[in-house]
Design a protein around this ligand. Sequence first.
Ligand code: FAD
Ligand code: PYC
Length: 417
Amino acid sequence: MATKYSILSLARNALNHHKSWPQAWRSPEPKTEYDAVVIGGGGHGLVTAYFLAKEHGYTNIAVLEKGWLGGGNTGRNTTIVRSNYLWNESAALYEHSLKLWEEMSEEVNFNVMFSQRGVLNTAHTQNELRMTLRRVNSNRLNGIDSEFLTPEQVKEWVPIIDTRQNGRYPLLGASLQRRAGVARHDAVAWGFARAADARGVDIIQQCPVTGFDIKDGALQGVYTEKGYIKTKKAGIVVAGHAGVLANMAGFKLPIHSRPLQALVSEPVKPCIHTVVMGGGVHAYISQSDKGELVIGAGADPYNGYNQWGSNPITEETVAAICELYPIFKRMRMLRQWGGVVDTCPDASPIMGLSPVKGIYLNVGWGTGGFKATPGSGHTFADTMANDRPHPINAPFSLDRFKTGHLIDEHGAAGVAH
Ligand code: FAD
Ligand code: PYC
């Protein structure tokens, strides 16, 4: 029940436009020298800085962000969190993350609204069905909760989905991970920003990194629009701009940057309590707490840095949603946007050392890195602190593109890749 005090304080804050609210994090000017800097103030960068401070004793570090916190893919994604990937290496990484999601709100003392409402991956062709069964079995062998649902069981779980077998996309079955779900994306950025700031991390926004100072193959500092910063360690955590930063440092990455888009409908009463992803039909859907349908698609097929995407993808996605959920045919869409995703040839990320001593890579998450935010930051902080791969991120090193030890997760990344 609202007390007299809380009503008065609500009224005071409304009238003074929240001016008396304390800042959630400081906005310091950059120092001339840091022990380490993290380039990119998305979820992965902020979590990295948080764990560098919390677990590795770093007291003089900064996050350098070109724009505003969470303004990249962290604030543009559709927030699906799951760990049902095919290969052992990925299972270890994404499951480590999922466990951290389960305690994240407590860890940062900020409600990230992690809702374990289950994620279904539907199969609409014989090949998809075989791949789904294979992935369910592989998940279970890795100790990850995963089950196969028949079309009848899918209908029970999601009554509004069309399971008739004579439609355009006959439904043959689905995998279900019950511990998977969605979260509030910007709360993740804000929660970790506040928690990192409380541990002394300088978070510097509007501070693009424009170059690296490298001598004899080792990092000496970074150039930014706010001046030169001396440092021996820098983590590149810039998602779609990974290739641009690598270019500044004088090496190339096997990454394509492409637009990936999403859209939301007008808000309606609760009608879909879970997340459904259809890889083969290139469309997925969930419902936000505000009631909007959150809909996503496959990535645009061309390279680019625009944050909106092209119309044909939107049209095809909405057509697939109408086909599978006839109940939504008359819904109106409210807004649409895009993000720049950094895709690797095997649909797995690159984490670890780079060709330059002191520069570390945490990139290539493509269409699926939101779910990995805590696990990626946690293991990457360890890599930056100790100058060697963490056992969980070791298989994701850059040199796998030379050794051939690729981790092909196109099936699990599916819907968006
Ligand atoms: P970002 O949040 O993009 O942060 C990188 C930051 O680096 C940016 O803020 C950028 O401004 C900054 N930067 C760039 N260049 C510089 C520079 N020169 N100097 C300083 N800073 C710089 N993943 C899932 O797991 N589930 C999903 O449901 C999902 N849906 C998605 C839907 C869409 C439409 C999109 C676009 C992506 C989706 N993803 C999803 C992928 C996910 O959003 C990303 O993999 C993840 O958010 C990447 O986080 P990040 O912190 O690495 O990158
Ligand atoms: O990785 O789960 C995912 C995802 C869903 C939509 C985009 N990426």
